[in-house]
Write a protein that binds this ligand. Sequence first.
Ligand SMILES: [Ca+2]
Ligand SMILES: [Ca+2]
Ligand SMILES: [Ca+2]
Length: 424
Amino acid sequence: MSAFLLLLLLLILLLPVDSQLLLPSSGSSGSSVSSGSSRSSGSSGSSGSSWSSGSSGSSGSSGSSGLYGSLQSPDFPDPYPRETSLRWNISVPPGFQVQLYFSHFDLEPSYLCEYDYIKVEAEGEVLALFCGREETDTEAVPGQQIITSPRNSLSVLFTSDFSNEERYSGFMAHYSAVDVDECSDRSDENLLCDHFCHNYIGGYYCSCRHGYLLHSDNRTCRVECSDGVFRERSGVLSSVDFPSPYPKSSDCLYRIEVEPGFRIRLQFDPRFDVEDHPDVSCPYDHVKVTAGNSEFGPFCGDQSPGLIDTDSNNVTVVFHSDNSGENLGWRVTYTATGSQCQVPEAPPHALLNPVQSEYSFKDHILVTCEPGFRLLKDEQYLDHYQMDCQSDGCWSSSPPHCQKTESRRRRRALLGILTNKSRD
Ligand SMILES: [Ca+2]
Ligand SMILES: [Ca+2]
Ligand SMILES: [Ca+2]
């Protein structure tokens, strides 16, 4: 026993630091695992008690978390003992996969590898099952095959049954950590970069096109879209990049503010595409309109909200998008129209200009009289008079009346007499 321990110690000292022997940590017998890098936990020498005894009927397991390492059958290259079950749990840092291959393989052959075998597993799935001899029974030997783990861990199980028909030298296997190219591995849509993906050893990162900002999820690209107020009497606003798909993970707020007395009317384009859900109302993306105390929406799906007549000069359109989906968005044209004033009735002999079928806020009417009449307003004669359509939909005043200008007619009559006389 002590001789063995001495031998083991010597072995460890002789080996380079990054390829230490690693023994199964519990109940092992006759196994040797040479593992990993300097980072491996290295249970070397911890349980070598029965290592050299080569007794059968044992089982054990060991773990390794280095960047590379090797494993071999108990007593390798001497024949492996019978009734042995050993498991190696290999894990590498996140962002890496484990690649495993066998440099030597010599196990008792059997139909479907029922007797002695190597089983490689990961995530509860069997990746490979090997047995047989490299020279003769090549059907189930690993050969040059490289086994790659789906994620960053792998488990290797070696089992021998109660007998061996011949002497089998066992196996020697090597593993290393290889980088996962997350940018070309597009299996998990939720991990994909929205715009650009950059792979590096041990990880990856995302970036966005100019004008976009990386969201705190480090994956999707959002936009700043909440500044600016629309003050013109008409205009167009839309989701960013419309009709190309709108940015993800964004909250946009658009304000339309026109002067009091105007009412904003929104006309959504028939082309409308906002991510929806068949059962729940707009859980992902939505458009909402707030006008004074009224709310419209949320809107989503492919049905355009169409025309929205608000009663307000102050409208807010908010648009929310979540972190997935490729929908085209929306566009809305707005117009602001003033309050309507009733079409006034012209008093007798009065002329209104311009004559329109309807009048709205900020429209004017100039009132004049037919020839021979003058406007009388507040006991004053006027040549013309202006009425204004006000923000409340009322005219500034009612049109004044036209009165006959007696004096002028008399003057004209007098002028007529004089002219006639001069002709005579
Ligand atoms: Ca056997
Ligand atoms: Ca990578
Ligand atoms: Ca979405």
